[in-house]
Design a protein around this ligand. Structure first.
Ligand code: HAM
Length: 420
């Protein structure tokens, strides 16, 4: 038997209820906030991610699915959505059409991480990116969209962590202080952090190794290095959140593992995901469009992991989507009647199914049960002779004989559907 690669999931219908709930809520909220959908490609030239996310980021240095195409060009399956959306925004001249562009996407991302609960190699994100808005109101808007989506699907047991990592100029002094602090304890650092110290000291704060965690506690804090502009931006974001009753916790160590961030960073975290504690995250990236060759364009965005949100919903009961009607018949003449009734029901908008190769009533009722049908319509010899159909409520077991020509109205009333 050929099996799927590790960290990649098959998604059968039993997982679609949670999927639809989450993506449906996200789409509703994006509409409410005036975001329009974009569908960027799943693969890009590798350069898009190297330049966007930073060569020293864990994603670029260890986790990308990269391969050469037949022409010898390096391609990568997107590990995240932002860099590709920025590339598409510039390449398609979107900035000429609108001063402020609000875009969202839903789709698969790929990271060659070690698979575990909530950590996959192919996973799905929905996310939003706003271009052309430097006002702190937009940072608040992005965060409040994710807050609303979470609450709409019933995820409310989480903490919103926020921080500001300032702009390039205030980060310069901070990174120097960070390098000074860590140089003093070089012997205690893990192998990766020794490299980080040399190449990109900010990434020292992303290290997940247990041995490096205690070192972070007394490290310099970025908030002490923010210039006036960055500090007041951060204060405004926090004020918007407080005024709008979105509770948050400040985390001065939250620098995020991607190089493109400036000013605001945030994460939605929970204790219910084991090792993976964030189910959504994002921040501002005011320099990325310019770094990709576009004109200076402030931007802010977020992305959420759909599988991680599904895990958070696992304990909640999802209403399974069932069939309206399953038609049970006795074969022969009854099969013809069943087929024509099935066609009529479908045309009237009711979901209906049947098994033409009937193997007795019992087997057919079992199928009705498996498809979570609300009602079974039974067509046997008696019903044929009387020009009627027996309707069985599969929840209560109650049965009723209904005249053939009144069946659609009867079923719609019984199922609580409005009449055409
Ligand atoms: P990220 O924090 O790398 O940010 O990913 C966002 C979310 O994707 C995570 O919080 C998590 O829920 C989910 N996720 C990440 N990796 C995995 C994985 N291996 N398996 C399952 N879920 C995963 C970004 O991707 C940025 N592009 C967010 C952003 C948008 N920033 C600005 N705009």
């Amino acid at each position: 038997m050929i099996s799927k690669p590790p960290g990649i999931e098959d998604r059968f219908p039993d997982r679609i209820a949670a999927w639809s709930l989450i993506t449906g809520a996200a789409r509703d909220v994006f509409r409410i906030y005036n975001y329009r959908e974009i569908m960027p490609p799943v693969m890009e030239f590798t350069e898009v991610f190297v330049r966007g996310l930073g060569r020293e980021s864990d994603i670029v240095s260890k986790e990308m699915f990269t391969f050469e195409d037949r022409g010898g060009r390096s391609l990568t399956l997107r590990p995240e959505g932002t860099a590709g959306v920025v590339r598409a925004y510039i390449e398609n001249g979107e900035y000429n059409r609108r001063a402020t562009s609000k875009l969202f996407y839903v789709g698969p991302m790929f990271r060659a991480e070690r698979p575990q609960k909530g950590r996959l190699r192919q996973f799905y994100q929905f996310g939003a990116e706003l271009f052309g808005g430097s006002d702190p109101f937009y940072d608040f808007e992005i965060i409040s969209m994710m807050d609303m989506i979470s609450k709409r699907v019933g995820i409310d047991d989480y903490t919103l962590l926020v921080n500001s990592i300032g702009c390039a100029s205030c980060r310069k002094e901070f990174v120097k202080a960070l390098a000074r602090y860590y140089t003093g304890m070089k012997d205690l650092l893990c192998k990766d952090c020794v490299v980080r110290l040399e190449r990109n000291p900010l990434r020292l704060l992303d290290c997940k190794q247990d041995s490096c965690q205690p070192l972070k506690k007394d490290s310099p804090k970025i908030t002490a290095y923010l210039d006036e502009e960055c500090r007041s931006h951060y204060e405004s974001v926090k004020k918007y959140l407080s005024d709008n009753k979105i509770s948050f916790k400040e985390d001065p160590l939250l620098v995020r593992g991607l190089d493109y961030y400036t000013k605001t960073t945030f994460e939605f975290v929970t204790t219910k995901l084991g090792g993976q504690n964030a189910f959504a995250a994002g921040g501002r990236y005011d320099n990325l469009v310019e770094e990709f060759g576009g004109r200076t364009t402030p931007a802010v965005g977020f992305a959420a992991g759909i599988e991680r949100m599904e895990i958070l919903l696992e304990n909640k009961k999802m209403a399974a989507h069932g069939l309206d009607v399953f038609i049970v018949h006795a074969g022969g003449e009854a099969l013809n009647k069943a087929a024509s009734t099935c066609g009529l029901l479908r045309q009237s908008g009711l979901s209906a199914d049947m098994d033409p190769a009937a193997k007795g009533f019992k087997a057919q009722l079992k199928k009705a049960d498996r498809d979570k049908a609300a009602l079974a319509l039974i067509i046997g010899e008696d019903e044929l002779a009387a020009g009627s159909i027996t309707v069985k409520d599969l929840k209560t077991g109650e049965q009723e004989k209904v005249k053939e020509d009144a069946i659609i109205d009867y079923l719609k009333a019984k199922l609580g559907r409005s009449h055409p």
